[in-house]
Design a protein around this ligand. Sequence first.
Ligand code: SF4
Length: 500
Amino acid sequence: MYLSKSKYCLGVQCDKILWLDKHSPEERIETSNQAVLDNGTEVGECAKNLFGFHIDVNFSENLSSMIDDTEKLLKLEKVVITEASFVYENNFCSVDILKKDGNSYEIYEVKSSTSVHDIYLDDISYQTYVLLGLGYNVKKCSIVHINSNYVRKGNLDLNELFKIEDVTDIVFSKQDEVENKIKEINKYMADEREKDEPLGIHCFEPYECPYFNYCTGHLPKENIFKVKRMRNKDKFKYYDKGIITYEDLLKEDIDDKLKLQIDYELNNREPLIHKDKINDFLSTLSYPLYFLDFETYQETIPKYDGIRPYQQIPFQYSLHYYEKDNGPLYHKEFLSEPDIDPRRSLAEKLVEDIPMNVCTLAYNMSFEKTVIKNLAYLFPDLKEHLLNIHDNIKDLMIVFKNMDYYDKNMHGSFSIKYVLPALFPDEEELNYQNLEGVHNGSEAMNSFANMGNLSLDEQNVLRNNLLEYCKLDTYAMVKIYDRLKEVTKLKNKVKVLEKN
Ligand code: SF4
């Protein structure tokens, strides 16, 4: 079995990942997302055109045939080859783009991110090691990545969409390191016995390790790594000091919110409800009261004018509203057709559906506000109305973020996906898992992005699934709002976290 560039990079992160891939692959819990992988492929295909005419080495399970095809193409004096493939002492690599001019070679590694990460340097250094080992005269090594400042105007401008960063000096300075690392990986893999590897930030950087559950299997069920809203770096600081259990953590000088979370995890406490504070929040709202939620998707390679790579593009919203207190609940919604720029029709419908000067609730409002602000600057004729909606948005999440309402089943999270089941554990109509096809924001985003490729019948099914999903998001907000009103009327005593 050859070492490949992706395996080499895994080895750079931790040798044990490779070892477990070989000996215990059933323990792997996938952390990479198919949509991210597909996106990388699309970017790679697009970048191939950066240097004009090029010849592909077609992918084959039979790596020798890729190597043979490459050898043939390298007989040409001047050529740009994509996926040129080489093997040197059992180290295999395919180069994203290889430029050959006479006896000089340039290596281009394409990435869909917007900057150069250290692991990319390891990746291209490994490829360079292979080519240098085979005697090729590598003159230049570059990382090709997305330029986040590019805004599409007319035809796609590849020279603006991509940035090419020359990393030749760094790559050459890392050649000894590559050689040593390959030796280390080979030695590690030759040993059939499993080794204990210390846990550390490398378990999450550059990528979340798929074996983290396996490697932490010996820890108590509730351990420092299960704590929400704490940076991984901080978790490892505690872990390295031997602070592993929730009991250990409670003895530390941690902030009140974290203390409350841990205390509720350990002791079966009743919900904490600060009625006065919830009332203060509710008194800032007024009728008619709207509940708004957007769905957005992102494109690395912008399809439409005025869009930057990775910009959030709204394609759908759901809107519930009460005209008056205790009045009937109404619902409106919008879902764009696929394969068109959805922003204008969405913005027009939004200003039709939400009148000026009304109170609108969102959950984690910064997202909704950013979407509306972007639309306002894009469409000057709708700007006044859109900014009026923007300025009148209030955040329902604030009650939970401030822990004015806390239930142990929120497990320290104030995301609606935790708050909702904590408040309504038995309500099947509020369970996202009961929905067909689309159960979360990523599924909504990926489904919509792919909708244009479906048959009309499939599109209709998907449209319905998307509408039901987004509708549940705002209906959930309505239910949470109603519950907040209810609890402020309860006569139970308000509990306050005692400071030590
Ligand atoms: S969890 Fe950490 S120690 Fe275990 S294999 Fe992954 S990176 Fe290595």
